[in-house]
Ligand binder design. Structure first.
Ligand code: SAM
Ligand code: SF4
Length: 347
């Protein structure tokens, strides 16, 4: 091989990690496999959402191709999300296919975030494909409130999903969006429910993503307040483990519970950010709170699509990863900081 050939093959080496200009290695990819959902949660979607035409959405093969390109470049953790990932037709085929990267040792974890509605029928297949942990969203244990928050969801179906996931051997982490007027008084009940089932629980502050039908300030419940109140009743011990994301964890001694707080608005977590997000249409967002993106669908659908072209596109995109986000919920009626919905980028 010529000297220049050797140099370029070294340049394309799978071992060459993706590192952004601030020295952060990209090891975590979240992929929204669909913008569609069988719920219409009030903080996430408007009731009359218009979804993307199918032709714009990546095929399962294209998702596999893009995810595999990231894995070649050092992604160790892959999360499928949405919209609701389990409403995407063929989702188990995709999970089975991506499972090969677990078997080869290239990937440490393949996981997904789900609303739980379809979990009962998919839990065993997910486990068989190599998934070991799932996040399931649960904002309340009250059926009427659940119907109000999700608009279209039914609580028993989700509780069945949580039970089925656990029975299949999946470790379940529950995600609860903290909503001032809906579930603030239910947080301890949710913590007890999680502890009884052996699940972890993470509380999430509402983020200003996308136009919804309500004012975000009405929903916003600062988790600093929640934490202060919990500390009056429980012994909370800070846990050192971090995931490179916005979550901070405590151990709740009295319940034997690991409790996470995701506080993108009140806490700056950007310095350790190790993740990027791929939308259902193949746009790569280097930051959840910024609009800049790279069109990877154009690369996979382009006439010159190749591993080298994808590699070059990933390099170019990661070179633009910004230092941090710019979320603010400060004024009543303020425009969302970014216009796209959470269901497009994935939570
Ligand atoms: N449909 C799945 C679910 O609900 O878990 C996966 C997608 S959903 C967009 C991912 C997570 O984002 C969920 O836990 C959801 O509660 C959360 N989420 C959605 N919109 C949000 C917002 N505006 N602020 C904070 N969290 C939000
Ligand atoms: Fe659907 Fe999840 Fe958004 Fe709720 S939070 S509407 S379940 S995508």
């Amino acid at each position: 091989m010529s000297a220049s050939g050797a140099a370029s093959s070294a340049l394309l080496s799978p071992a060459r990690p993706l590192v952004d200009p601030f020295g952060r290695a990209i090891s975590y990819l979240r992929v929204s496999v669909t913008d569609r959902c069988d719920f219409r949660c009030v903080y996430c979607m408007a009731e009359d959402m218009t979804f993307l035409p199918k032709a714009e959405v990546l095929s399962l093969e294209e998702i596999d191709q893009l995810a595999s390109a990231f894995i070649r470049r050092g992604t160790r953790k892959l999360r499928l999300t949405g919209g609701e990932p389990l409403v995407r037709r063929g989702i188990i085929d995709l999970v089975n296919s991506l499972g090969r990267h677990l078997n080869s040792g290239a990937l440490d974890e393949l996981t997904l975030t789900s609303n739980g509605s379809q979990m009962a029928r998919h839990a065993e297949a997910l486990f068989a494909a190599g998934v070991r942990r799932v996040n399931i969203s649960l904002d309340t244990l009250d059926a009427a409130r659940f119907a109000r928050i999700t608009r279209w969801g039914r609580l028993p179906q989700v509780l069945d999903g949580i039970a089925a996931a656990t029975a299949a051997g999946l470790k379940v982490k529950l995600n609860t969006v903290a909503l001032a007027h809906e579930n603030a008084h239910e947080i301890i009940d949710l913590m007890q429910f999680a502890a009884r089932g052996g699940h972890d629980l993470t509380l999430i502050e509402t983020m200003p993503l996308g136009d919804i039908d309500q004012d975000r300030l009405d929903q916003y419940l600062p988790l600093s307040t929640v934490r202060r109140q919990l500390a009056e009743r429980f012994t909370l011990t800070d846990l050192p483990h971090r995931t490179g994301g916005p979550a901070r964890y405590v151990h709740v001694e009295e319940l034997g519970l690991q409790l996470g707080f995701i506080t993108p608005l009140t806490h700056n977590f950007c310095e350790s950010c190790n993740r990027v997000r791929l939308t259902a249409t193949g746009q790569l967002y280097m930051c959840l709170g910024q609009d800049d993106q790279a069109d990877l669908r154009a690369v996979v659908r382009g006439a010159n699509a190749s591993e080298a072209a994808l590699d070059a596109a990933l390099d170019e995109a990661i070179a633009r990863k910004p230092k941090g986000h710019d979320f603010i919920i400060e004024r009543r009626g303020a425009q969302p900081a970014v216009k796209r919905h959470m269901s497009l980028t994935g939570g």
